[in-house]
Write a protein that binds this ligand. Structure first.
Ligand SMILES: [Zn+2]
Length: 445
């Protein structure tokens, strides 16, 4: 039923632009011209952003550059939303409001690609000087986001409505939630529909759309086990938080293996265990950091409860005080609107053919997380695309040498801007124009 309806709506773009599919074809050709002409300056911008990465909530230079470019295009720009976030609005007559979001942040890690434009940047992160790199490809996102704004303005006879271009800080550290808390939708209106995309380690030219739940919910918890410190030769005079923490690390895995339904997805990782200084001192506290991933909301609740209960129980077993448990970050699972996802696949499939990978809502989502989920959870029906970032020849070379392809967050992650950026612009521009021309009818509940 839904599928029929959406196929009908899928023709909307062709009808809106000019009668017949041939006209839609020619718009794609026109758009390709625009993208080609814009690409050299976008590549320059990309390489500059890549060489000057900034971590979440410290993207001052990055935000300034993009805000200035958007102002120059004629957008009304408001900066300083959730520190380094900003919103750029462009009104072009009556029509829906369409959100297009880019993230701005880089990662606190050293780049090892050896590229001529590789990052050597450092920033103070949590009080420590740390190397910084765009190893998740958010610099690619910024380039295609700006390119999309340029393409939409170059073809503003093809659509009517309001563009709401959001530069979001700190994708890795709760930036979407921070923008919402800073009144993003109260101050600038809630968009009717939203689009965003992430570069992947798939081949350039390939675009994936997963309907329904596409990423996992994530929660990070920090647990401080309080003991009683003392001399290593006199354990009976102490309460040893290292033993408590070690017991916790083992026992907490039974939340996954014994409490969770084996048919449902969840991951529990203890990524950090910090205690003590030298061998003969029993420290007075141990800090354990836990990360959780889940898809179903009830599993998410069960995991958090299981972790907290286990932490309190191991402390009680040792006669130690109650541990301090703090949620350090968290985010919902990203849900692509099923109707709009199918509709976007129908829209892009004539252009992409078998380079389009549509994944049904019933297929399992990925374990990765993405904080665009917060905009969806706040009521913006959306499609989040995944866009291939590696030249097929580079992928073939890795395969021939039996080496794994460096994925996002690898210090060797090195997407191909010339392949990824134009595709990102094309997909996002077509999506926005379609939404402005009746595509929002495909949104399902
Ligand atoms: Zn990312």
């Amino acid at each position: 039923m839904m599928r029929r309806h959406m196929l009908g709506a899928g023709i909307g773009l062709a009808l809106a632009l000019a009668p017949g599919a041939a006209a839609a074809q020619s718009f794609e050709a026109e758009l390709a011209q625009t993208v080609k002409a814009d690409y050299p300056s976008l590549e320059t911008l990309y390489k500059d952003l890549h060489a000057h990465p900034e971590v979440g909530f410290l993207e001052n230079r990055t935000a300034k550059i993009l805000a200035a470019r958007m102002r120059k295009l004629g957008f009304a720009v408001t900066e300083g939303i959730a520190k380094t976030g900003f919103v750029a609005i462009f009104k072009n007559g009556e029509g829906p409001t369409v959100l297009v979001r880019t993230d701005l942040d880089a990662l606190p890690m050293a780049e090892k690609t050896g590229l001529p434009y590789a990052s050597h940047a450092k920033q103070i992160v949590d009080g420590k000087e740390t190397p910084v790199a765009h190893s998740c490809g958010h610099d690619i996102h910024m380039a295609w986001w700006l390119g999309t704004a340029q393409a939409l303005l170059a073809h503003k006879d093809k659509w009517h409505g309001t563009l709401m271009f959001v530069g979001q800080p700190a994708e890795e550290r709760g930036g979407a939630t921070a923008m919402l808390a800073d009144g993003l939708f109260e101050r600038f209106g809630k968009p009717d529909v939203g689009f965003a995309a992430h570069v992947s380690s798939n081949a350039t030219g390939r675009v994936s759309i997963k309907a329904g739940t596409t990423s996992s919910a994530t929660d990070s918890l920090e647990i401080v086990f309080h003991g009683r410190g003392g001399h290593g030769s006199m354990p009976s005079a102490t309460i040893d938080p290292v033993i408590i923490g070690a017991r916790f690390v083992n026992d907490v895995q039974t939340v996954i293996s014994r409490e969770k339904d084996p048919a449902t997805f969840a991951v529990l990782t203890v990524g950090a265990f910090q205690a003590g200084t030298v061998a003969n001192i029993i420290p007075d506290e141990a800090v354990v950091k836990v990360n959780l991933r889940s898809h179903a909301p009830e599993v998410r609740t069960m995991l958090k409860a299981g972790v907290e209960r286990t932490a309190r129980a191991v402390a009680a077993m040792a006669g130690a005080p109650e541990p301090t448990i703090k949620a350090t970050s968290g985010g919902a699972a990203l849900v692509n609107n099923p109707g709009l996802s199918r509709h976007m696949a129908d829209l892009l499939s004539p252009m992409l053919g078998d380079r389009l990978n549509f994944v049904a809502a019933s297929a399992p989502p990925s374990a990765a997380s993405e904080d665009y989920a917060e905009f969806v959870a706040a009521g913006v029906p959306s499609v989040f695309f995944s866009i291939g970032g590696y030249a097929p020849s580079v992928l073939a070379d890795y395969k021939a040498r039996s080496l794994p392809v460096p994925v996002n967050h690898s210090p060797y992650f090195a997407p191909d801007p010339a392949g990824a950026i134009p595709m990102g612009i094309t997909v996002l521009t077509l999506a926005v124009i379609d939404a402005m021309n009746g595509g929002t009818k495909a949104i399902s509940d």
